[in-house]
Design a protein around this ligand. Structure first.
Ligand code: ZN
Length: 46
């Protein structure tokens, strides 16, 4: 699974996760998760 913020490949079990529009996103760090949570619409584009 890819970190949508920085593009790094991350493991889902790291614990940094957010849900947006029914999808779960995983992050490499709390920092990336925070960025996503601030502006999910700008990162969640596929
Ligand atoms: Zn990241």
């Amino acid at each position: 699974m890819k970190d949508p913020v920085c593009g790094m490949e991350v493991r889902e079990n790291l614990g940094f996760k957010s849900s947006y529009k029914g999808k779960t996103y995983a992050f490499c760090s709390a920092n990336c998760k925070q960025n996503f949570d601030k502006k999910p619409e700008s990162y969640a584009k596929v």
